[in-house]
Design a protein around this ligand. Structure first.
Ligand SMILES: NC(=O)c1ccc[n+]([C@@H]2O[C@H](COP(=O)([O-])OP(=O)(O)OC[C@H]3O[C@@H](n4cnc5c(N)ncnc54)[C@H](OP(=O)(O)O)[C@@H]3O)[C@@H](O)[C@H]2O)c1
Length: 272
């Protein structure tokens, strides 16, 4: 298992994304991923699948698993974030999370209070490490400058069509991981002629090329979602793929401004 080790945590570089799987589909997918060797599972209270994930992971020694969950954006002040985390832990039937994140910054986010809330989770052992998701660079800088709690991760959309150079540099500077969500551009990478050509040269798949590209950008983890066993295995094997400098250049030349996840409550991505 390829690991990303930072001052704050040791995280398997490839995890299983679980949105939007629910119910029996989600439980079966997580069981299958664990059998294949996945040891990093990404969920959130908003996904509505923590109970099923709790069932799927029940047989595994807890210390062997890296488990992430997230508080929804309307529960991020200090007291609410504690309740949200406790409820996730109850659904997952776990004593702690390896990583607990603020899922989205809302316009009414009280940043110091949210960070105090996260600090309390670490202090009291509910989370081994904490971080944020969907924080643009300016907001992440402000959160880091407050110095209330070490932030281990910013989970954001990042793929071969959406570069995140600024955020990756900021994460590297502060010993953080950038977790790439939607790392396969929701599966669209399979249609791309440039990616297909590179994949063919390695006897690999387009999905593997996209994941290898993301992993090579810095302290980056990827959490592709795959419901079936074959694609789960395919995605996990991307850790072994090494692209040449020419191939990296060809991938760098693809458009890098194609954002696919942009709900109406999203922050201003460019704000400083
Ligand atoms: N923090 C946030 O706000 C946030 C937002 C969005 C997502 N996320 C997390 O990130 C995870 C992944 O993102 P995502 O689901 O949006 O997008 P993604 O992982 O880029 O793409 C998932 C899609 O690609 C397909 N797929 C999987 N492996 C493939 C392969 N090797 N080749 C071709 N297609 C493949 C999947 O289909 P099958 O399942 O049918 O194989 C699914 O339709 C989510 O599950 C969630 O955990 C977080």
């Amino acid at each position: 298992m390829r690991m990303l080790t930072t001052p704050h945590m040791a995280m398997p570089a490839i995890g299983l994304g679980t949105w939007p799987m629910r119910g029996a589909e989600c439980e079966a997918a997580v069981r299958s991923a664990l059998e294949l060797g996945y040891r990093h599972i990404d969920t959130a209270e908003m996904y509505g699948n923590e109970v099923e994930i709790g069932r799927a992971i029940a047989g595994l020694p807890r210390r062997e698993l890296f488990l992430t969950s997230k508080a929804w954006w309307d529960r991020t002040d200090g007291a609410a974030i504690r309740r949200a985390c406790e409820e996730s832990l109850a659904r997952l039937r776990c004593a702690y999370l390896d990583l607990y994140l603020i899922h989205w910054p809302s316009p009414r986010l009280d940043l110091p209070s949210a960070l105090e809330g996260l600090a309390g989770l670490v202090r009291d052992g509910l989370a081994r490490a904490v971080g944020v998701a969907n924080f643009p660079p300016g907001l992440l800088r402000r959160a880091l400058a407050l110095g209330i709690v070490p932030l281990a991760c910013n989970q954001v959309e990042h793929h071969v069509y959406l570069g995140q150079e600024k955020l990756i540099a900021l994460c590297a500077q502060h010993g953080m991981v950038l977790t790439s969500y939607t790392p396969l551009a929701k599966g669209r990478v399979v249609e791309d002629p440039v990616i297909r050509r590179i994949a063919a040269a390695h006897g690999a798949t387009p999905g593997q090329v996209a994941l290898a590209w993301a992993l090579a950008q810095g302290p980056v983890a990827v959490i592709p979602k795959a419901s079936g066993r074959a694609r789960q295995a395919e995605n996990l094997a991307a850790a072994a793929l090494r692209l040449t400098p020419e191939e990296m250049q060809a991938l760098a030349a693809l458009p890098k401004d194609r954002r696919m996840v942009n709900p109406d409550f999203a922050p201003d991505w460019e704000a400083e």
